[in-house]
Design a protein around this ligand. Structure first.
Ligand SMILES: [Zn+2]
Length: 115
């Protein structure tokens, strides 16, 4: 999220040249009208850029599966499952990932999906 925020702030700075050029060169020497025209031009360009910045959507859930793990909920040693990423959930950088048995992972998955 921080990376996306930094990218968005950088994008805002890219609108500065448009504002400066329009205010400097626009034939009507009224700051309000120049700013409106500059923002209109910026909107026509940056609508598409913003759309790219905020477009990342995950259609599929991303799971991690490991053998011989201890379920974080019931303690059973088994094949473990962990939801890494979904549309509303992101544990990509989790430093202590918790794996669960199939049954417990389904319960956890349902609790996440019903939030
Ligand atoms: Zn379990």
């Amino acid at each position: 999220m921080l990376k996306k925020y930094a990218l968005y702030l950088f994008r805002w700075q890219m609108s500065t040249p448009i504002l400066a050029v329009v205010i400097a060169l626009f034939p009507v020497k009224n700051e309000w009208i120049s700013a409106i025209v500059a923002n209109l031009i910026g909107g026509l360009i940056f609508f598409w850029v913003d759309r790219l910045i905020f477009r990342q959507q995950y259609i599929f859930d991303v799971w991690s599966v490991e053998e011989d793990v201890t379920c974080a909920d019931c303690g059973t040693v088994c094949r473990g499952y962990r939801l890494v990423k979904s549309k509303t959930y992101d544990k990509t950088n989790d430093k202590n990932p918790k794996f669960r048995c199939e049954s417990c992972s389904k319960k956890k998955y349902d609790s996440i999906k019903n939030k």
